[in-house]
Design a protein around this ligand. Structure first.
Ligand code: HEM
Length: 484
């Protein structure tokens, strides 16, 4: 089942003359164009998840696409992905989509390149080391308790909305030592405007330049102004107070370059804070939301999870010391992010002509790598469409090709917040799950919608059911009557 070596042929369709000729020319095969002008853009816009998966299954590990005027390759084999993200990472920069809206993220970690990125990464990385992030554990648990304090058994709630609120409270507290309500709420509203506009420009054939005063651009500019007011406000008052509050903002303000001892300017701190806020809050909320959704559909997995919590925590709230012991909880999170990766595709643009997996990649080609397609590939995951957390044994993880599973990306640009997110999820799930469970609303199907991230559509509407922490069972079920 496991395959470590690269195959450049398709893995379902047999090799055709077309494939053979294209391979000899070192050009990846391509699905038929949908239109002359847009190329494959229409398929990409309407259902990019199926499009990625079908293109990979039908045309192979490297597929050539055209999205409007952009030449795009889709790489769907772990070895090819490793070449792009690790071995040949110096030949690539982040792809065009991340440059669509420079005023939002500025020169933060997600979007910057070269020496500037490296210096910033060195400054920010220590804030995310294991020793440092464990300090945020209590804030994460407190935030989960704060959110569920408002829940009543029998109530209808949308779990995605709840998880967004929760990770927002956590981001505001850990990043700015701020409570949600004032500034942080405005940040979210402004970010929502920016995300909508970002998606629109991502889907358009030719994005409208920011300097043209279209209604959409004016909305974006207003949102950016509001974000800047808030973030610069946080930075100014923190510089004036000159105290280390132990949050990420303090770390950014005090971080010093090891080589020349320099610190970040206000503009850099603003860009990094905005990036961390944007990159960390929604992705984690989505991973948690999809996990609740899967648990609601798989009662046996949920039962096993609740048994782990009962054995290790016995009804008390978790602490960071419990984190390594919550093994099955981690397996559930890994499996949930395999099936529903919040970042479902990442991309790079070639700086110069290069060769990936034997294929010629011309300069300026965008190489896309889809977690959605690769992490559901039956070559690497038995019963790939099934939710089976038990598969994540240590032996399985060791045997898995490195880039068959990459929810946090990889190589030098690996997600800086990956441990932070894994800890946040491992602490939040039992804090909530020992007290409540979610029952899905029948007849309200939830489907994955690929926006900038992988969102559940139309959210995840459900019913809150109380769980008895001691037994793990919902009280109604223990007494043999239906839960509310
Ligand atoms: C489940 C949650 C998360 C997922 C799935 C996720 C996913 C990713 C992925 C795939 C990348 C690589 C992008 C690329 O290579 O183009 C990335 C980068 C990044 N993530 Fe995350 N992320 C998560 C949580 C977080 C958190 C909590 C933070 C911060 C608090 C964060 C901050 C960042 C930053 C700053 C980068 C850019 C790193 C660099 O290029 O040096 N992420 N993330």
């Amino acid at each position: 089942m496991q395959q470590k070596h690269l195959t450049l042929t398709t893995h379902q369709a047999p090799s055709t003359t077309y494939h053979v000729i294209m391979a000899a020319l070192r050009i990846p095969p391509s699905p038929p164009l949908v239109s002359w002008l847009g190329g494959h853009l229409n398929r990409f816009r309407t259902n990019r998840l199926d499009f990625f998966a079908e293109a990979a299954r039908t045309y192979g590990d490297m597929v050539k696409l055209r999205l409007g005027h952009r030449r795009v390759y889709l790489a769907s084999h772990p070895d090819l992905i490793e070449e792009v993200l690790v071995t040949q990472n110096h030949n690539f920069i982040k792809h065009f989509a991340l440059r669509l809206n420079p005023p939002v993220l500025g020169k933060g970690l997600l979007t910057s390149e070269g020496d500037f990125w490296l210096r910033q990464r060195r400054l920010v990385q220590p804030a995310f080391n294991r020793g440092r992030i464990t300090r945020y554990g209590p804030a994460m648990v407190a935030a989960a308790e704060q959110v569920i304090a408002a829940w009543r058994p029998g109530e209808r709630r949308d779990i995605m909305v709840e998880m967004m609120r929760l990770t927002l409270v956590i981001a505001a507290k850990t990043l700015f030592d701020a409570e949600v309500g004032g500034g942080a709420q405005d940040v979210v509203e402004a970010l929502n405007v920016l995300q909508e506009e970002f998606l629109r420009s991502f889907n358009r054939l030719v994005p409208t330049p920011m300097w043209i005063p279209t209604p959409a651009n004016l909305r974006q500019r207003r949102a950016i102004r509001r974000l800047d007011e808030i973030l610069y406000g946080f930075i100014r008052s923190r510089r004036e107070q000159n105290v280390d509050k132990g949050d990420l903002l303090s770390l950014l303000l005090h971080a010093r370059d090891e080589d020349d001892g320099s610190r970040m300017t206000d503009r850099q701190v603003r860009d990094e804070a905005m990036t961390l806020f944007l990159a960390g809050h929604e992705t984690t909320a989505l991973a948690l939301s999809w996990t609740w959704h899967l648990l609601a559909q798989h009662p046996l997995v949920e039962e096993k999870l609740v048994a782990e919590w009962a054995a290790i925590l016995g009804g008390r709230t978790p602490t960071v010391d419990d984190w390594p012991k919550l093994r099955f909880t981690e397996q559930v999170i890994l499996e949930s992010m395999r099936l529903y990766p919040p970042a479902y595709v990442i991309g790079r643009e070639a700086l110069a002509d290069c060769t990936i997996g034997g294929y010629h990649v011309p300069r300026k080609t965008t190489v896309l790598m889809s977690q959605w397609a690769v992490q559901r590939d039956p070559r690497f995951f038995e019963e790939a469409e099934a939710f089976r957390p038990e598969r994540w044994t240590e032996a399985f993880q060791k045997s898995l090709p490195k880039f068959a599973y990459f929810p946090f990306g990889g190589g030098p640009r690996l997600c800086v917040g990956n441990l932070f997110a894994m800890m946040e999820m491992a602490l939040v799930l039992p804090t909530i799950g020992q007290r409540f469970r979610f029952a899905l609303e029948p007849g309200r199907p939830v489907t994955p919608l690929a926006t900038f991230t992988l969102r559940p559509k139309p959210g995840i509407p459900g019913l809150i059911v109380r769980r008895d922490p001691a037994s793990g069972a919902p009280p109604g079920e223990r007494r043999g009557v239906s839960p509310p």
